[in-house]
Design a protein around this ligand. Structure first.
Ligand code: FRU
Length: 484
């Protein structure tokens, strides 16, 4: 491997252990597929500017979901349009006949967005196309018969998620059409039949539905359920973009759910368009999302590059009282990046104060019960990030109004972010906070409730003041090794 220069990935706000593009604009994760020991991460990419533009699929690979190697751009726009979000599968049995039985293909399924047709208003500018790779995902050939699903009906018709349905021996495609989900099936990834729709009158509808995903999870009690993820923009619980989920059943044709309440994968402002890997070892359900929000994404104060992904998270399902809850928690391998850091502690009346050289790439873990408490990160520049738990209202809040550079868009500090956390256990639960250059990810009770938020302090935070938790608090502090 060639030596990387010392300054590589050292720019201000550059994540040290989250994925971010080498340069220019990135949004959604795409084509998440594990194949022959490699996790592929494709992503919405505009290689010519730091704002959204004609979409390509950028590409990176990893063997552990944490250390990534950049690969050349995988998919370029063509006469049918830009390459919007989608997924990828390993067509093991060469059902598509795009490879051979000895060399079956990887197949990417994506939305074509035609920018010339869009302004004409005929609802025919988003169609679905496929491409295939015979060299393990490095280079891609578009299928000559594209589009494989045409469209003259929906202005928004995109983000295909395809997976293999073992029970019915069929490929399933999920597509979103504005305000609802549509499900299709295919024997060969090329001919698709429409099966069913879901959601016109269920769930949150404050904005357009995007980036669906659906998979089976088993609760610790052994109950099997299907979980449907739907990103929605705007209409998130704290403004702009967010991802809701439904717990229900899928019979090979239709998804049904009797869920009445709206549920959120993550309560923060910056966890969007998240989807999961196909074909992971042991069927682990690994989720990656874009740490961004369409309300202000093109204006964030980074230079030369823009956009980062969440940590890869393992999803699981638990049941509390009558309700199912989707947990999302950093993949196990993440803990290997921990190293020890020196933290000075002072216990003052009403405050436990922890100081270190910086919390730029750091993790703080402790146990607590649901009592009123406040955690304030601050620095010598006078910036502060305030996170709080409230027992009476059963809420977690995050206030970034004085957290540093915030002026780039009023929506960034419009309101304190609030998460509803009704079903935490009575006994002490874990609080885990992970900070990386321009982000904070909060995990309560191993991901039962999560909040992901961008934050741009003028200097790294050096101090954490904890109020209301007393001297009994015994946090562990870790530095997180950089992966770039
Ligand atoms: C979600 C999204 C998708 C679309 C892509 C375009 O953030 O709007 O619906 O495919 O981004 O870049």
């Amino acid at each position: 491997m060639t030596e990387l220069p010392e300054e590589y990935y050292r720019e201000k706000y550059r994540p040290q252990f989250h994925f971010s593009p080498p340069e220019k604009w990135m949004n959604d994760p795409n084509g998440l597929v594990y194949h022959q020991g490699v996790y592929h991460l494709f992503y919405q990419y505009y290689p010519d500017d730091v704002v959204w533009g004609p979409m390509h699929w950028g590409h990176a690979v990893s063997s552990d979901l944490l250390h990534w190697g950049h690969k050349p751009v995988a998919l370029y726009p063509d006469a049918l349009g830009y390459i919007f979000s989608g997924s990828a599968v390993f067509d093991k049995n060469n059902t598509s006949k795009l490879g051979t039985s000895e060399h079956p293909p990887l197949v990417a399924i994506f939305t074509y967005h035609d920018p010339e047709k869009e302004p004409l208003g005929n609802n025919d500018h988003q169609t679905q196309g496929i491409a295939y790779s015979l060299d393990g995902g490095l280079t891609w050939e578009k299928y000559s018969g594209n589009p494989v699903i045409d469209n003259k009906e929906f202005a928004d018709f995109r983000d295909p998620k395809v997976f293999w349905d073992e029970e019915q021996s069929q490929w399933i495609m999920l597509l979103v059409a504005g305000d609802h989900l549509r499900i299709y099936s295919s024997p060969n990834l090329i001919e698709w039949t429409w099966l069913s729709e879901f959601g016109r009158d269920q769930g949150a509808h404050g904005g357009v539905w995007e980036c669906p995903d659906m998979f089976r999870l088993t609760t610790p009690e052994g109950e099997e359920k299907w979980v449907l993820l739907i990103s929605i923009n705007p209409g998130g619980p704290n403004g702009g973009s967010a991802t809701q989920y439904f717990v229900g059943d899928f019979d090979g044709i239709a998804f049904t759910s009797d869920q009445v309440e709206v549920k959120w994968v993550d309560w923060g402002t910056d966890n969007y368009a998240g989807v999961t890997y196909n074909h992971t070892p042991d069927g682990e359900r690994v989720f990656i999302a874009w740490m961004g929000n369409w309300d202000y994404a093109p204006k964030t104060p980074t230079q030369g590059w823009r956009g980062a992904m969440t940590l890869p998270r393992t999803l699981s399902l638990c049941r509390s009282n009558t309700s199912y809850e989707l947990k999302s928690y950093p993949v196990n391998a993440f803990s290997k990046l921990r190293n020890t850091i020196r933290v000075r502690r002072e216990d003052l009346p009403g405050e436990s104060r922890f100081q270190t050289s910086n919390f730029n790439a750091a993790e703080i873990v402790f146990k607590t019960t649901l009592t009123d408490q406040k955690w304030v990160f601050s620095n010598a520049a006078g910036n502060s990030l305030v996170i709080a738990l409230y027992a009476k209202t059963k809420t977690l809040t995050l206030d970034r109004s004085n957290s540093g550079v915030t002026h780039f868009d009023p929506s960034f500090t419009q309101a304190v972010q609030i998460a509803e956390i009704p079903h935490l256990p009575e006994e002490p639960f874990e609080v885990r906070m992970i900070l990386d250059a321009c982000s904070v990810e909060l995990f309560l009770n191993e991901g039962q409730y999560t909040m992901t938020s961008l934050v741009f302090p003028e200097q790294p935070f050096t101090k954490l003041s904890v109020y209301g938790n007393g001297e009994g608090l015994q946090p562990s502090f870790y530095g997180i090794g950089r992966v770039w």
